[in-house]
Structures are given as C-alpha cells and as structure tokens.
Design a protein around this ligand. Structure first.
Ligand code: ATP
Length: 310
C-alpha cells in the first residue's frame, strides 16, 4: 500500500525589535540578565517544511549567502529538538527559508526561523502540542525563540525567554534601516562589557513607563522612552550608525533606536503615511543598504493557511 505523503506546510514568522532593553552586569556564568520589551513586526520570514528523502535546509532571500545550511542553522536545530522531543529519530524533512529579516541584524531572524519550524513541523507531523509546550523547546534553542512563537508585545526577563504579554492599544509604524553588514551579537555584548569597565555608558531606566506608553497607544509618548543598553556598544563598533540614527530623525521620524544588538536601526513614525515619507527620504540619504517599512505588534509564528495549533 502507498503511504500518503502530507502536503508541505508554510508558516510566517515575525521579526522583533526591542522597545526597551536593559542589560544587567556580566554574570559569573558569562551571561547577562535582561529586562526587555519585545515588539513583533510585520517584517517576516517564511518557513516551509515538507517530507523529503533528502533532509536539509534551503535559504532564499535577504542575506541568503551568509546563512549556514547545515547543522548550525537554527531551523535545523529546531527540527532536531522537536524530533527528539517526540521520539522521531532521523527526521526526513526539508526546510525552505524565505528570508525577509536581515541576517545578523539584531531582529532575531534565526530565532524566528527556529520558532517557525517548530510550528510548521507540529502541523506537518500532526502533533498534539500547543504553543506553551513548544515554548519549552524554543527556550532551549535560544532566548529570542519563545517570543517569535507568541509575537505581539511582551516583557522578557531572564535571558529574554521568560515572557509576559504587554497590552498595546495601537498599531505603531516603523521604518527599518538595514546596514551593509551584520553585527555579531556576542561581539556586541563583549563591547558593552569593555565600555562598562573603562567608563559608564548610559543605562536605560525602568521598563514601566514604556509599558504605560504602550497602553496609552500614543506613539509620541513611546518615542520619548525607546532605550537600549546595547546601543552604545553597537555604535562603538559601527560608528556610522550615529549618522543613520540622525538621518532618520531628520527625515521626520519621532525617534530612532538600534534594534537589539544592531546594526539595524528602527525608527518610530507618527502614522503609516509618515513612515512611507521617512522611508523614501532615508533611502535617498545614503546612510544604509536598504530601507523597509513595517508595523507592529503582529502575531507570532502562524500557519499561512490560517489554521491554528491546539
Ligand atoms: P539576535 O537579534 O537574536 O541576536 P540577529 O538577528 O542579530 O540575532 P540572526 O539573523 O538570527 O542574527 O543570525 C545570527 C547568526 O546566526 C548569523 O550570522 C548566521 O550565521 C546564524 N544563523 C543560523 N541559522 C540562521 C537562520 N536560520 N537565519 C539567519 N541566521 C542564522
């Protein structure tokens, strides 16, 4: 009898920016405690999984040449983690990544792909697993992976993997400036440690005012509160970012911030129309490789067919 091969499954998964990112001092174990407000954006990757005789990963789109396709790819690590969780040795699947999220851009693209793969495989293999159970597997793959599963806006603590949703009453409009090259996240943390040893780089305050501004839905209030402890380190490694941040505000954005560990800069705009105008002007300013508009918050990893997990 012929086995029925299930059809491929495609998931769309958001990028993230950090509206607030407070980095604690270096811990004995080499990590830093974080308090962050994650915000999921409509700039997405698409992950398709299919049963295949020849397992592996294919990557297309934004930054495809710099993404590993072997065992180091976070999407493949997600395949192996889920397969181990459900006792499926030697998973025969092929993962196709269509990337819209810049690679090593501080927008958690690799984490998004891992989260998307978990959701897509759960559907392909018809597993009885909900998002909360997947989040346990996700946290072991990387501290940004659980957020990509849930999306929205959330307060993250620990290494960023302990999440509480944050009420956000408004759709906020953003312009993203991609840099010529990526920045390594561990390198940016090292630079922050170095800056803190030799001086006193600025530290963001409490996250509470950001949470209040999100509840009020006023982009002008939120703009005053965007803050990221990693920004000084990213700018120290990539001084040109200072010019990019200035150019966005000169083009009419309410405020700009380095996204996560950079080098992507995110500019908050008053509304969708203003975001288009800022994007057009920034694209002509010669300070970055590419400009995109996006809005948030958006949901986490979702099957493109509209079906839901349990
Ligand atoms: P974060 O903000 O979570 O620190 P990032 O957005 O700065 O991450 P990623 O795009 O996630 O960076 O990629 C970081 C590195 O991980 C890349 O340089 C690449 O070598 C590797 N990588 C592994 N899997 C993937 C993937 N699926 N997509 C992109 N990069 C990947």
């Amino acid at each position: 009898m012929l086995a029925v091969v299930p059809p491929p499954v495609t998931v769309r998964v958001p990028s993230k920016i950090n509206l607030h990112l407070s980095v604690g001092d270096l811990r004995e174990d080499g990590f830093h405690d974080l308090t962050t407000v994650f915000h999921a954006l409509s700039l997405t990757d698409e992950v398709t999984v299919a049963v295949a005789e020849e397992p592996g990963v294919e990557v297309y789109g934004e930054g495809e040449a710099s993404v590993p396709t072997g065992a180091n790819n976070l999407a493949w690590r997600a395949v192996q983690a889920l397969a181990a969780h459900v006792g499926k040795p030697d998973p025969k699947v092929r993962v196709v990544l269509r990337k819209g999220i810049p690679v090593a851009g501080g927008m958690a693209g690799g984490s998004a792909d891992a989260a998307g793969t978990l959701v897509a495989l759960t559907a392909l293999w018809k597993l009885d697993l909900g998002r909360d159970e997947l989040a346990g597997i996700a946290a072991k793959l990387g501290s940004d992976v659980p957020f990509a599963l849930y999306g929205g806006t959330a307060l993250g603590t620990g290494r960023g993997e302990q999440l509480v949703p944050v009420l956000s009453r408004h759709t906020f409009h953003w312009v993203l400036a991609f840099d010529q090259r990526g920045l390594s996240t561990p390198r940016v943390y090292e630079e922050l440690d170095r800056l803190r040893e030799i001086g006193d780089p600025p530290r963001v305050g409490s996250h509470a005012p950001v949470v209040e501004a999100l509840a009020s839905g006023d982009p002008r209030q939120l703009a005053l509160l965007l803050g990221n402890d990693l920004q000084a380190a990213a700018v120290s490694l990539r001084p040109g970012l200072r010019r990019t941040l200035r150019a966005g505000v000169n083009a009419g954005a309410l405020a700009g911030t380095v996204s996560g560990s950079g080098p992507t800069c995110a500019f908050l705009c008053a509304d969708a129309e203003s975001a288009l105008a800022v994007a057009a002007e920034l694209a002509g300013a010669g300070v970055c490789r590419t400009v995109r508009v996006a809005h948030g918050p958006v949901p986490g990893a979702r099957l493109t067919g509209g079906e839901e997990l349990h």
